[in-house]
Ligand binder design. Structure first.
Ligand SMILES: Cc1ncc(COP(=O)(O)O)c(C=O)c1O
Length: 503
């Protein structure tokens, strides 16, 4: 019996060998039929300068089945939204209907050449136009460009629009005097980066102890006549709705600045409230969060920029417009900041988003938003007795906790996140937002059901108990993974990305 078990386990460990270790000299994965034409010298096919014959040592020699098993095995080591909840705060890792993926793969769209003549691409242009219309309605901001390829890219586009507008409103070069972009200390790191890249210097607004923008500090920073604008995330990255948004917009407008809203958290507002109605001038959305398309994996994304009528002439070109029944690729905007992305942007994202919006409809979008907020509040309530919540206000679509209580036993946020893996959950976002010490930012999204929320809460509460009765268990987690804790600093600073033969 024992030898049987040994046989089985050795088979499993064999399965875990690297593809390089499976290599056997001379093993091949394919066989070509015998040559029935005259052999051409290799130099006539691929000139030697294009050939690489220096570094082939170590390339695995494996069969087809080895290759298939290697990749399939690795795919089973991955965690994904198709396996379970992905509560990464600020990332909106929600499950999206496969229908949207089918739509993005419709051959007529997927295979259309981006340089196809306008008359041959009417259907594709109509998709862009209709999505622009839908996003204008959702945000309450009529000017829309779908060109930006990510949230941060949308931010930069929006800030460039503000700059171009100020130069027209106040005279050429005026933006050189209005050089300040105000950004709350709770903002996503991409906000200051976008402002800086667009030629602004950043001044940071303090948050109040309630986690909201400090109006007094905002007033003070606005009093020097140099403010070009404010970049405000709403709900902010603490998961709280900036309830003073109208007053905030008024303060900035009175100071001659414009209000840019980071709309990456629109999952909490779609179908319920519109930034345009709050006084916002320009916003970006993350289609790859809020409107289908899985977030993560480094792209591709789509970060549309939506703005007021006043700012519309400055949007990137080409714009997609409609004249009668025809859709046009329109370059007729002399004040435009120009092109920010090749062709029309990441078109597949637009198809997914339009499919998402139109299949949900008005009521469905609102319902999704309400479920996202309800789920976060359910978690806020479920964990309130075991974890410290730094702000009293009811959260929107995500909730932040801290490790304040657990750290008294030497257990910190990182340990809690690692232990969560043993319970079968992907960890939450940790140590962000930066202004909350030991932050754990949890965003369940609307795609998580009641049962899974309860399981997550039970896991988190169990970890809180472990932190008291058996802290070592948490400190040494994860216990269920192939690899325990990595030296994360070394992994980031000195990554070893290449396998090398032993000697
Ligand atoms: C609040 C906020 N702003 C901006 C971004 C940047 O978006 P992206 O990663 O697409 O550049 C994110 C990313 O999730 C975000 O959460």
């Amino acid at each position: 019996m024992e030898s049987e078990i040994t046989k089985v386990t050795s088979h499993i460990s064999h399965n875990e060998t690297l593809i390089f270790e499976r290599s056997r000299t001379g093993r091949i994965g394919y066989r070509l039929p015998p040559l029935d034409v005259e052999e051409s010298p290799i130099d006539s096919i691929i000139p030697s300068r294009f050939r690489r014959d220096d570094d082939l040592e170590g390339v695995p020699e494996v069969s087809e089945v080895d290759v298939i098993r290697h990749f399939v095995r690795m795919s089973t080591w991955n965690y994904s939204i198709d396996l379970g909840m992905y509560p990464l705060g600020s990332c909106t890792m929600k499950y999206n209907s496969r229908l949207n993926e089918r739509v993005a793969r419709i051959a007529g769209f997927a295979n259309l050449h981006p340089l196809a003549d306008e008359s041959d691409a009417q259907g594709a242009l109509q998709v862009i136009y209709e999505l622009q219309q839908d996003l204008a309605e959702i945000t309450g901001l009529p000017g829309v460009s779908l060109q930006p390829a990510a949230g941060a890219h949308g931010e930069m586009t929006g800030v460039m629009i503000i700059r171009a507008y100020i130069d027209v409103r106040d005279g050429a070069g005026a933006s050189a005097k209005r050089r300040t972009m105000l950004i709350p200390d709770s903002a996503h790191g991409t906000n200051p980066a976008s402002a800086h890249l667009s030629g602004f210097s950043v001044k940071t607004i303090r948050s109040t102890k309630e986690g909201l923008t400090d109006l007094e500090h905002l007033r003070e920073l606005c009093s020097h006549g140099e403010v070009a604008g404010l970049m405000l995330t709403n709900p902010n990255t603490l998961g709280l709705f900036e309830k003073n948004i109208k007053e905030i917009c008024e303060i900035v407008h009175e100071a001659g600045g414009l209000v840019y809203m980071d709309g990456a958290n629109m999952n909490a507002l779609v179908g319920v409230a519109r930034p345009g109605d709050m006084g916002v001038d320009v916003i970006h959305l993350n289609l790859h969060k809020t409107f289908s398309t899985p977030h993560g994996g480094g792209g591709p994304g789509c970060g549309p920029c939506c703005c007021t009528k006043e700012l519309e002439p400055f949007l990137p070109v080409p714009r997609i417009t409609r004249v009668g029944q025809e859709f046009k690729v329109d370059y007729g905007y002399p004040r435009s900041i120009g092109r920010v992305k090749a062709f029309f942007g990441n078109y597949g994202m637009m198809l997914r988003a339009l499919s998402y919006i139109q299949t949900h409809g008005n009521d469905g979008l609102r319902e999704a938003t309400e479920a996202a907020v309800l789920n976060a509040r359910y978690i806020a309530h479920g964990l309130a007795t075991d974890y410290d919540k730094p702000f009293d206000a009811a959260p929107m679509h995500e909730v932040v906790f801290t490790d304040k209580r657990q750290s008294r036993k030497g257990v910190h946020t990182l340990d809690i996140a690692k232990r969560l893996i043993d319970y079968g959950f992907h960890p939450m976002t940790i140590y962000f937002p930066l202004i909350v010490q030991g932050a754990m930012l949890i965003e369940p999204t609307e795609s998580v059901g009641h049962q899974e929320l309860d399981q997550f809460i039970a896991a988190m509460r169990s970890i809180a108990r472990e932190a008291v009765v058996d802290p070592e268990l948490v400190l040494n987690a994860p216990h269920s993974t192939r690899i325990g804790r990595l030296d994360e600093a070394a992994a980031a600073r000195k990554p070893v990305l290449r396998w090398k033969p032993l000697s």
